[in-house]
Design a protein around this ligand. Structure first.
Ligand SMILES: [Zn+2]
Length: 322
């Protein structure tokens, strides 16, 4: 309510009403306007910071839920990274060791994973650390999984190669010898049956009747199949991977040079051709360019006890046929 002012007029002896000037009125209005704006501002601030609207409430709840979800997600990624680490360890320390492959270096395993620049657009978020951290971990998981897949592809390839190698390396006896009774003489220095002097015996002799089947001891290619001085009828098989085998004194050769053979395939019949004192198979294993003791190449034929017995027979009781 506006106050009404009166002024006493002594000449007329009356009270006269005083009206405010235009300037005063304007100031008065401006003052009220300013007050209204200030009051409005105060109410707005109270409303904004203290009293929330339902929409804001909803958003706050949602935000809080999203944060929880992010934390759960982050923990799950941690778990996944741990499982992956375990797989990487097994890959490096078991599979790759078995296949004689080098472990995958940490540098390769983390390939392409660097810096935080790619997360720049996330850094102005309220919960930037949580979001950037989780994104980094997911990226790391993705990269590591990719490298692990590549490593396993290599392991599969190496396994196939290993399987092939195992099929090729000599691993059985050249004649059927289950009770080991055919074991005649082993590798090493022996009394020569013809010259009666100590001489090095470069293979193993298996005593057997003429016509006994002789088998290829591993997959490979026949590279020699004819008469050779001293050896008589001789077959030489190249198994690859640096391995060769020789089967000597044969009565009959059943394969041709250049022919591919597989383990246990019948390649000849035993005999006593060449420098020999009786029907037997003289068997040699060559690794690189050097003959080695064939006794270590029967691992698919003999168990541990039979292996021991064969060592004993070949060392002590056997008779050299040459
Ligand atoms: Zn011999």
């Amino acid at each position: 309510m506006r106050k009404i002012y009166y002024q006493y007029d002594p000449q007329r002896r009356v009270y006269r009403r005083v009206y405010p000037t235009m300037g005063k009125r304007f100031l008065s209005w401006m003052w009220r306007l300013l007050l209204s704006v200030l009051l409005g501002g105060v109410f707005f601030i109270i409303y904004w910071f203290v009293i929330s609207t339902p929409q804001v409430e909803d958003l706050l709840v949602e935000n809080s839920r999203l944060q929880s979800q992010y934390r759960v997600l982050s923990r799950k990624v941690d778990d996944a990274l741990l499982v992956l680490h375990d797989i990487e360890e097994r890959d490096d320390n078991l599979y790759r060791v078995l296949l004689e492959a080098d472990p995958v270096s940490d540098v390769v395993r983390q390939a392409g994973y660097n810096g935080t620049n790619r997360y720049a657009e996330l850094t102005d978020l309220t919960n930037a650390e949580l979001v950037v951290n989780t994104s980094q971990k997911v990226d790391m998981l993705e990269k590591k999984l990719y490298m692990q897949t590549r490593s396993f592809n290599e392991v599969v390839e190496l396994s196939r190669e290993q399987e092939n190698k195992l099929a090729c390396i000599p691993a059985i006896q050249p004649v059927s010898n289950k009770d080991l009774k055919r074991t005649a003489s082993g590798y090493g220095y022996r009394n020569d049956p013809i010259y009666h002097v100590r001489r090095f015996h470069h293979g193993m002799d298996f005593a057997c009747d003429t016509g006994t089947p002789v088998y290829a001891t591993g997959n490979g290619k026949v590279v020699f199949a004819k008469w050779k001085s001293g050896y008589g009828n001789l077959i030489e098989i190249d198994h690859g991977y640096g391995y060769k085998t020789r089967y000597a004194h044969l009565s009959k050769i059943l394969v041709k040079e250049g022919q591919r053979v597989v383990r246990s395939e019948e390649i000849a019949l035993a005999g006593s051709t060449g420098k020999s004192t009786g029907p037997h198979v003289h068997y040699e294993v060559i690794v690189g360019d050097k003959d080695v003791n064939p006794i270590n190449y029967y691992f698919m034929d003999l168990d541990a006890d039979q292996y021991e017995e064969m060592i004993n027979l070949a060392e002590n009781h056997g008779k050299v046929f040459d």
